[in-house]
Ligand binder design. Structure first.
Ligand code: KG4
Ligand code: ZN
Length: 338
Protein backbone atom coordinates (compact mmCIF):
# COMPACT_ATOMS: atom_id res chain seq x y z
CA UNK A 1 0.00 0.00 0.00
CA UNK A 2 1.37 3.41 -1.03
CA UNK A 3 0.24 6.26 1.19
CA UNK A 4 0.70 9.97 0.56
CA UNK A 5 1.24 11.86 3.84
CA UNK A 6 0.52 15.57 4.31
CA UNK A 7 1.65 17.65 7.31
CA UNK A 8 0.52 21.29 7.66
CA UNK A 9 -0.16 21.70 11.40
CA UNK A 10 2.21 24.61 12.02
CA UNK A 11 4.99 26.26 10.05
CA UNK A 12 6.32 23.40 7.91
CA UNK A 13 4.69 21.96 4.81
CA UNK A 14 5.66 18.28 4.74
CA UNK A 15 4.79 15.67 2.09
CA UNK A 16 5.93 12.05 1.76
CA UNK A 17 5.05 8.73 0.19
CA UNK A 18 5.34 5.67 2.42
CA UNK A 19 5.11 2.24 0.83
CA UNK A 20 4.22 -0.55 3.27
CA UNK A 21 6.35 -2.90 1.17
CA UNK A 22 9.32 -0.76 0.11
CA UNK A 23 9.42 1.74 2.99
CA UNK A 24 9.78 5.49 2.53
CA UNK A 25 9.75 6.31 -1.22
CA UNK A 26 10.22 10.09 -1.08
CA UNK A 27 9.72 13.04 1.21
CA UNK A 28 9.92 16.81 0.88
CA UNK A 29 9.71 19.62 3.39
CA UNK A 30 9.26 23.33 3.05
CA UNK A 31 9.98 25.38 6.17
CA UNK A 32 8.34 28.78 6.69
CA UNK A 33 10.94 29.90 9.25
CA UNK A 34 12.14 32.87 7.15
CA UNK A 35 8.53 34.04 6.70
CA UNK A 36 7.84 34.22 10.45
CA UNK A 37 11.31 35.25 11.70
CA UNK A 38 10.66 39.00 11.60
CA UNK A 39 7.60 38.55 13.87
CA UNK A 40 9.50 36.46 16.45
CA UNK A 41 7.00 33.58 16.21
CA UNK A 42 4.51 31.83 13.94
CA UNK A 43 1.77 34.12 12.52
CA UNK A 44 -1.19 31.74 11.95
CA UNK A 45 -2.73 33.54 8.96
CA UNK A 46 0.61 33.78 7.14
CA UNK A 47 1.20 30.10 7.86
CA UNK A 48 -2.12 29.06 6.27
CA UNK A 49 -1.52 31.16 3.17
CA UNK A 50 1.96 29.76 2.68
CA UNK A 51 0.69 26.17 2.99
CA UNK A 52 -1.81 27.01 0.22
CA UNK A 53 1.08 28.20 -1.99
CA UNK A 54 3.47 25.35 -1.28
CA UNK A 55 1.40 22.20 -0.79
CA UNK A 56 0.47 21.26 -4.37
CA UNK A 57 3.97 21.92 -5.79
CA UNK A 58 5.45 19.82 -2.96
CA UNK A 59 3.03 16.96 -3.69
CA UNK A 60 4.06 17.06 -7.37
CA UNK A 61 7.75 17.14 -6.42
CA UNK A 62 7.41 14.24 -3.95
CA UNK A 63 5.52 12.07 -6.45
CA UNK A 64 8.14 12.80 -9.14
CA UNK A 65 10.96 11.84 -6.74
CA UNK A 66 9.15 8.65 -5.74
CA UNK A 67 8.91 7.67 -9.43
CA UNK A 68 5.15 7.22 -9.06
CA UNK A 69 2.14 8.70 -10.81
CA UNK A 70 -0.61 10.22 -8.71
CA UNK A 71 -2.97 7.32 -9.43
CA UNK A 72 -0.47 4.83 -7.96
CA UNK A 73 -1.51 6.22 -4.54
CA UNK A 74 -3.66 3.85 -2.46
CA UNK A 75 -4.49 6.25 0.38
CA UNK A 76 -3.93 9.75 1.72
CA UNK A 77 -3.04 10.58 5.33
CA UNK A 78 -3.10 14.10 6.74
CA UNK A 79 -2.50 15.79 10.09
CA UNK A 80 -5.94 16.65 11.50
CA UNK A 81 -4.65 18.12 14.79
CA UNK A 82 -3.50 19.33 17.17
CA UNK A 83 -2.26 22.53 15.53
CA UNK A 84 -3.28 25.85 13.99
CA UNK A 85 -6.82 25.54 12.67
CA UNK A 86 -6.28 27.41 9.39
CA UNK A 87 -3.04 25.57 8.65
CA UNK A 88 -4.65 22.20 9.42
CA UNK A 89 -7.60 22.98 7.14
CA UNK A 90 -5.29 23.48 4.14
CA UNK A 91 -3.84 19.97 4.50
CA UNK A 92 -7.20 18.41 5.33
CA UNK A 93 -8.95 20.05 2.35
CA UNK A 94 -6.28 19.03 -0.15
CA UNK A 95 -6.02 15.49 1.28
CA UNK A 96 -9.77 14.86 1.21
CA UNK A 97 -10.17 16.35 -2.28
CA UNK A 98 -7.30 14.30 -3.66
CA UNK A 99 -8.58 11.10 -2.06
CA UNK A 100 -12.07 11.74 -3.43
CA UNK A 101 -10.73 12.41 -6.94
CA UNK A 102 -8.59 9.24 -6.86
CA UNK A 103 -11.35 7.22 -5.17
CA UNK A 104 -9.00 6.07 -2.38
CA UNK A 105 -9.46 6.37 1.40
CA UNK A 106 -8.18 9.35 3.38
CA UNK A 107 -7.31 9.11 7.07
CA UNK A 108 -6.94 11.80 9.74
CA UNK A 109 -3.72 11.43 11.75
CA UNK A 110 -2.96 12.81 15.21
CA UNK A 111 0.22 14.91 14.90
CA UNK A 112 1.70 13.52 18.15
CA UNK A 113 0.96 9.94 17.13
CA UNK A 114 2.90 10.75 13.97
CA UNK A 115 5.86 11.90 16.10
CA UNK A 116 5.49 8.89 18.40
CA UNK A 117 5.59 6.38 15.54
CA UNK A 118 8.41 8.11 13.61
CA UNK A 119 11.16 6.01 15.27
CA UNK A 120 9.43 2.89 13.96
CA UNK A 121 10.22 3.98 10.40
CA UNK A 122 13.91 3.48 11.13
CA UNK A 123 14.80 -0.11 10.48
CA UNK A 124 18.53 -0.49 10.16
CA UNK A 125 18.96 -4.28 10.27
CA UNK A 126 22.76 -3.97 10.22
CA UNK A 127 22.76 -2.59 13.75
CA UNK A 128 20.75 -4.41 16.44
CA UNK A 129 20.58 -1.22 18.48
CA UNK A 130 18.89 0.58 15.59
CA UNK A 131 16.37 -2.09 14.56
CA UNK A 132 12.69 -1.20 14.70
CA UNK A 133 11.46 -0.98 18.31
CA UNK A 134 8.47 -3.19 19.11
CA UNK A 135 5.86 -2.30 21.77
CA UNK A 136 5.66 -2.34 24.72
CA UNK A 137 7.92 0.67 25.20
CA UNK A 138 7.88 4.09 26.82
CA UNK A 139 7.79 7.12 24.53
CA UNK A 140 9.09 10.57 25.42
CA UNK A 141 7.39 13.14 23.20
CA UNK A 142 9.23 16.44 23.34
CA UNK A 143 8.18 19.10 20.87
CA UNK A 144 7.40 22.81 20.82
CA UNK A 145 3.84 22.18 21.96
CA UNK A 146 4.04 18.97 24.00
CA UNK A 147 6.12 17.21 26.62
CA UNK A 148 4.62 13.83 27.43
CA UNK A 149 5.65 10.41 28.70
CA UNK A 150 3.47 7.74 27.13
CA UNK A 151 3.34 3.98 27.75
CA UNK A 152 2.86 2.35 24.35
CA UNK A 153 1.27 -1.06 25.03
CA UNK A 154 0.59 -1.60 21.32
CA UNK A 155 0.34 0.63 18.26
CA UNK A 156 -2.85 2.61 18.91
CA UNK A 157 -2.95 1.73 22.64
CA UNK A 158 -1.41 4.58 24.59
CA UNK A 159 -1.42 5.47 28.29
CA UNK A 160 -0.37 8.95 29.37
CA UNK A 161 2.12 8.59 32.25
CA UNK A 162 3.04 12.23 32.70
CA UNK A 163 3.11 15.59 30.95
CA UNK A 164 4.15 19.18 31.42
CA UNK A 165 2.03 21.35 33.67
CA UNK A 166 3.12 24.54 31.88
CA UNK A 167 5.69 25.08 29.09
CA UNK A 168 6.69 22.26 26.74
CA UNK A 169 10.42 21.47 26.62
CA UNK A 170 10.79 22.95 23.12
CA UNK A 171 8.82 26.02 24.16
CA UNK A 172 11.19 26.46 27.13
CA UNK A 173 14.16 26.26 24.73
CA UNK A 174 12.57 28.83 22.40
CA UNK A 175 11.51 31.26 25.14
CA UNK A 176 14.86 31.02 26.93
CA UNK A 177 16.67 31.69 23.66
CA UNK A 178 14.46 34.70 23.02
CA UNK A 179 15.06 36.27 26.42
CA UNK A 180 18.81 36.07 25.82
CA UNK A 181 18.36 37.84 22.49
CA UNK A 182 18.61 34.92 20.06
CA UNK A 183 16.42 35.16 16.93
CA UNK A 184 13.38 32.91 16.29
CA UNK A 185 13.29 29.93 16.36
CA UNK A 186 15.79 29.91 19.18
CA UNK A 187 15.77 26.27 20.40
CA UNK A 188 18.33 24.81 17.99
CA UNK A 189 20.49 27.97 18.25
CA UNK A 190 20.46 27.81 22.04
CA UNK A 191 21.53 24.16 21.80
CA UNK A 192 24.37 25.08 19.43
CA UNK A 193 25.48 27.85 21.80
CA UNK A 194 25.41 25.44 24.76
CA UNK A 195 28.22 23.52 23.05
CA UNK A 196 30.50 26.52 23.64
CA UNK A 197 29.48 26.97 27.29
CA UNK A 198 31.75 26.05 30.21
CA UNK A 199 30.65 23.29 32.58
CA UNK A 200 29.72 24.47 36.06
CA UNK A 201 29.73 28.23 35.32
CA UNK A 202 26.00 28.32 36.15
CA UNK A 203 23.63 25.76 37.67
CA UNK A 204 19.85 25.70 37.45
CA UNK A 205 17.39 23.46 39.35
CA UNK A 206 15.94 20.20 37.95
CA UNK A 207 12.24 21.06 38.40
CA UNK A 208 9.94 18.50 40.08
CA UNK A 209 12.59 15.78 40.33
CA UNK A 210 12.83 15.77 44.15
CA UNK A 211 9.30 14.42 44.56
CA UNK A 212 7.61 11.40 43.05
CA UNK A 213 5.62 11.63 39.83
CA UNK A 214 6.13 11.86 36.09
CA UNK A 215 4.88 15.37 35.35
CA UNK A 216 7.14 18.22 34.26
CA UNK A 217 7.26 21.97 34.78
CA UNK A 218 9.68 24.11 32.76
CA UNK A 219 8.39 27.65 33.18
CA UNK A 220 10.27 28.24 36.47
CA UNK A 221 13.53 27.33 34.77
CA UNK A 222 12.94 30.04 32.20
CA UNK A 223 12.52 32.57 35.04
CA UNK A 224 15.80 31.36 36.61
CA UNK A 225 17.55 32.02 33.31
CA UNK A 226 15.92 35.43 33.04
CA UNK A 227 17.30 36.41 36.47
CA UNK A 228 20.77 34.99 35.78
CA UNK A 229 20.97 36.77 32.41
CA UNK A 230 19.66 40.06 33.82
CA UNK A 231 22.31 40.11 36.55
CA UNK A 232 25.16 38.94 34.30
CA UNK A 233 27.82 40.82 32.28
CA UNK A 234 25.89 39.78 29.11
CA UNK A 235 29.01 38.72 27.18
CA UNK A 236 28.86 36.04 24.50
CA UNK A 237 30.72 33.63 26.79
CA UNK A 238 28.20 34.18 29.59
CA UNK A 239 25.34 33.61 27.17
CA UNK A 240 26.93 30.32 26.14
CA UNK A 241 27.56 29.35 29.79
CA UNK A 242 23.91 30.00 30.69
CA UNK A 243 22.74 28.12 27.58
CA UNK A 244 24.83 25.14 28.67
CA UNK A 245 23.49 25.15 32.23
CA UNK A 246 19.92 25.49 30.95
CA UNK A 247 20.35 22.62 28.49
CA UNK A 248 21.90 20.45 31.21
CA UNK A 249 18.97 21.17 33.53
CA UNK A 250 16.37 20.26 30.87
CA UNK A 251 18.24 17.15 29.74
CA UNK A 252 18.83 15.96 33.30
CA UNK A 253 15.18 16.49 34.21
CA UNK A 254 13.96 14.60 31.13
CA UNK A 255 16.42 11.74 31.78
CA UNK A 256 15.40 11.38 35.46
CA UNK A 257 11.69 11.22 34.54
CA UNK A 258 12.31 8.83 31.63
CA UNK A 259 14.13 6.43 33.94
CA UNK A 260 11.24 6.62 36.42
CA UNK A 261 8.73 6.00 33.61
CA UNK A 262 10.66 2.92 32.44
CA UNK A 263 10.58 1.60 36.01
CA UNK A 264 6.86 2.33 36.34
CA UNK A 265 6.03 0.65 33.03
CA UNK A 266 8.46 -2.26 33.56
CA UNK A 267 10.14 -1.56 30.18
CA UNK A 268 13.72 -1.23 28.99
CA UNK A 269 13.05 0.40 25.63
CA UNK A 270 12.66 4.15 25.37
CA UNK A 271 11.51 5.84 22.18
CA UNK A 272 12.12 9.57 21.82
CA UNK A 273 10.32 11.77 19.31
CA UNK A 274 9.51 15.42 18.60
CA UNK A 275 11.74 18.38 17.77
CA UNK A 276 13.75 18.38 21.02
CA UNK A 277 14.67 14.76 20.19
CA UNK A 278 17.12 16.32 17.70
CA UNK A 279 19.13 17.67 20.66
CA UNK A 280 22.55 15.99 20.73
CA UNK A 281 23.08 16.19 24.49
CA UNK A 282 19.64 14.68 25.13
CA UNK A 283 20.34 11.85 22.67
CA UNK A 284 23.66 11.06 24.38
CA UNK A 285 22.25 11.25 27.90
CA UNK A 286 19.22 9.01 27.23
CA UNK A 287 21.30 6.52 25.26
CA UNK A 288 23.72 6.22 28.21
CA UNK A 289 20.88 5.96 30.76
CA UNK A 290 19.13 3.07 28.97
CA UNK A 291 22.44 1.32 28.14
CA UNK A 292 23.35 1.34 31.84
CA UNK A 293 20.17 -0.63 32.59
CA UNK A 294 20.59 -3.05 29.70
CA UNK A 295 18.02 -1.38 27.49
CA UNK A 296 18.14 1.02 24.55
CA UNK A 297 16.84 4.36 23.32
CA UNK A 298 15.47 4.67 19.79
CA UNK A 299 15.30 7.96 17.94
CA UNK A 300 14.19 8.93 14.49
CA UNK A 301 16.94 10.49 12.38
CA UNK A 302 17.14 14.21 13.37
CA UNK A 303 15.20 15.29 10.23
CA UNK A 304 12.24 13.16 11.34
CA UNK A 305 12.33 14.46 14.94
CA UNK A 306 10.97 17.82 13.82
CA UNK A 307 7.73 18.12 11.83
CA UNK A 308 7.68 16.19 8.56
CA UNK A 309 5.33 14.45 6.14
CA UNK A 310 7.00 11.04 6.43
CA UNK A 311 5.74 10.39 9.97
CA UNK A 312 2.19 11.24 8.87
CA UNK A 313 2.37 8.97 5.80
CA UNK A 314 3.72 6.16 8.04
CA UNK A 315 1.12 6.58 10.83
CA UNK A 316 -1.63 6.80 8.19
CA UNK A 317 -0.37 3.67 6.43
CA UNK A 318 -0.55 1.71 9.70
CA UNK A 319 -4.11 2.91 10.30
CA UNK A 320 -5.26 2.21 6.73
CA UNK A 321 -3.63 -1.23 6.87
CA UNK A 322 -5.53 -1.89 10.09
CA UNK A 323 -8.73 -1.18 8.15
CA UNK A 324 -9.55 2.29 9.45
CA UNK A 325 -11.95 4.12 7.10
CA UNK A 326 -13.60 7.55 7.45
CA UNK A 327 -16.33 9.50 5.70
CA UNK A 328 -15.39 12.31 3.34
CA UNK A 329 -15.98 15.27 5.65
CA UNK A 330 -13.11 17.71 6.10
CA UNK A 331 -12.54 17.76 9.85
CA UNK A 332 -9.71 19.16 11.91
CA UNK A 333 -9.22 19.15 15.69
CA UNK A 334 -6.95 22.03 16.81
CA UNK A 335 -6.95 20.72 20.42
CA UNK A 336 -6.87 16.95 20.60
CA UNK A 337 -5.72 14.43 23.25
CA UNK A 338 -3.94 11.42 21.79
O1 KG4 B 1 8.20 18.69 16.73
P1 KG4 B 1 8.48 20.07 16.32
O2 KG4 B 1 9.18 20.30 14.98
O3 KG4 B 1 7.20 20.95 16.24
C1 KG4 B 1 6.15 20.81 17.14
O4 KG4 B 1 5.27 19.94 16.91
O5 KG4 B 1 6.18 21.59 18.13
O6 KG4 B 1 9.35 20.71 17.49
C2 KG4 B 1 9.84 22.01 17.42
C3 KG4 B 1 10.55 22.33 18.72
C4 KG4 B 1 10.92 23.79 18.85
O7 KG4 B 1 10.50 24.25 20.11
C5 KG4 B 1 12.44 23.77 18.72
O8 KG4 B 1 13.04 24.80 19.44
C6 KG4 B 1 12.79 22.43 19.30
O9 KG4 B 1 11.76 21.57 18.84
N1 KG4 B 1 14.11 21.96 18.83
C7 KG4 B 1 15.18 21.80 19.65
C8 KG4 B 1 16.23 21.35 18.81
N2 KG4 B 1 15.77 21.26 17.53
C9 KG4 B 1 14.46 21.63 17.57
N3 KG4 B 1 15.32 21.98 20.96
C10 KG4 B 1 16.52 21.72 21.49
N4 KG4 B 1 17.59 21.30 20.77
C11 KG4 B 1 17.50 21.11 19.45
N5 KG4 B 1 18.56 20.69 18.75
ZN1 ZN C 1 5.48 18.44 15.84
Amino acid sequence: MKVLGIETSCDETGVAVYDTEAGLRAHALYSQIALHAEYGGVVPELASRDHVRKLLPLIRQTLAESGMAVDDIDGVAYTAGPGLVGALLVGAGVARALAWALDVPAVAVHHMEGHLLAPLMEDDQSDPLRGRPEPPFVALLVSGGHTQLVAVDAIGRYRLLGETLDDAAGEAFDKTAKLMGLPYPGGPQLAALAGQGRAGAFRFPRPMTNRPGLDFSFSGLKTQVLLAWRDSDKTDQTRADIARAFEEAVVDTLAIKCERALDAAGCDTLVVAGGVGANTRLRERLTAMTAARGGRTCFPRPAFCTDNGAMIAFAGALRLQAGQREDASVRVTPRWDM
